[in-house]
Design a protein around this ligand. Structure first.
Ligand SMILES: Nc1nc2c(ncn2[C@@H]2O[C@H](COP(=O)(O)OP(=O)(O)O)[C@@H](O)[C@H]2O)c(=O)[nH]1
Ligand SMILES: [Mg+2]
Length: 294
């Protein structure tokens, strides 16, 4: 597909195209997630840049070169009337509680514009879930997009963790996350692409983001960025061929999240008890050692 076709597909996308109509959905939400500094904000700027027929590069989403990243809020940027892209709060690691927060963002339980707080426990997530009930959003068709910096290999021991994470995202949304490898020209991304495919990824697209320092529009870069949006829309069209119930799907997402939090809380509780037991055992050993002296 050439650039014009890709752009037309994206600009003319409609949720009513299928035989079953929109089924209650009103917009497509491209949910970006991934570690900080892996190019989420830059991807939003790149998408806006390739869709608008302008030569001046505008930084809509603030991109920063700090390891901690700077995205604190969930900000949404309209790409077309029907497609919105969301810059989710990235995290530096995929710790359990952080993952629950990511799932809450992914499931659309945290309002756009709200600051995301990472406090190291589940309290904020539970609060978000309760607060989300005042204005439940079930009309967004969510497509997860996982951004990953091609310069960072995934270690063997991390593979299982990332795989579980991606599968959970798929369970939540019904769409396997589209993998976008950024910094394409800075690394040999082929091996990484293979790793993601082995983890079940269906679509892996390597791109080079447009940035303030590098924004001469080229055919390859523009095409690949448009292909990411096009793949997301193809997933939506496919899912819309089957009967859907947006309210039900939101309830399922919520159940998934509550169950996840429950499981992880149990896991932490068990770890705590085991640690305490180990500590007591060590103390016990100390005592038996001291006994002969007394
Ligand atoms: N060379 C290059 N730099 C990039 C790319 N994507 C992002 N960057 C730079 O990496 C830094 C972090 O990117 P950012 O979009 O803020 O990452 P985020 O934390 O995931 O939102 C910024 O300085 C960007 O300009 C890319 O594909 N290629
Ligand atoms: Mg960012």
């Amino acid at each position: 597909m050439d650039i014009k076709q890709l752009k037309d597909n994206i600009r003319n996308f409609s949720l009513d195209d299928g035989d079953l109509g929109s089924q209650g959905y009103t917009q497509v939400l491209l949910q970006l997630f991934g570690f900080t500094g892996h190019g989420k904000s830059s991807f939003i700027n790149s998408c806006k840049y390739v869709l608008e027929d302008v030569e001046n590069f505008i930084e809509y989403a603030e991109a920063r070169e700090t390891p901690e990243g700077c995205t604190m809020k969930r900000n949404a940027y309209p790409l077309t009337e029907l497609i919105t892209i969301v810059d989710n709060r990235g995290c530096s690691k995929l710790k359990h509680f952080e993952r629950a927060e990511v799932y809450a963002q992914l499931g659309n339980f945290i309002p756009i514009g709200q600051e995301v707080v990472w406090r190291g426990n589940y309290q904020p997530v539970m609060e978000d879930l309760v607060n989300a009930e005042s204005e439940p959003n079930f009309t967004d068709f969510i497509v997860p997009i996982f951004m990953y910096n091609a310069r960072q290999q995934i270690k063997e021991k991390e593979m299982e963790e990332v795989k579980t994470f991606l599968n959970n995202c798929m369970e939540m949304t019904g769409v396997f996350p589209i993998i976008v490898l950024t910094f394409k020209t800075n690394a040999d991304y082929m091996e990484l692409e293979k790793q993601f495919r082995l983890m079940g990824a269906e679509t892996v697209i390597a791109i080079e983001n447009y940035t303030p320092g590098s924004h001469i529009k080229t055919l390859g870069r523009t095409t690949e960025i448009l292909m990411v949006i096009d793949s997301a829309l193809r997933n939506v069209r496919f899912r819309m061929e089957q009967p859907r119930d947006p309210r039900r799907e939101r309830i399922e997402r919520k159940k998934f999240l509550l169950n996840y939090i429950h499981q992880i809380s149990l896991h932490h509780e068990r770890e705590k008890i085991e640690n305490e037991k180990r500590e007591q055992d060590t103390k016990g050993e100390d005592k038996s050692w001291k006994c002969p002296i007394l």
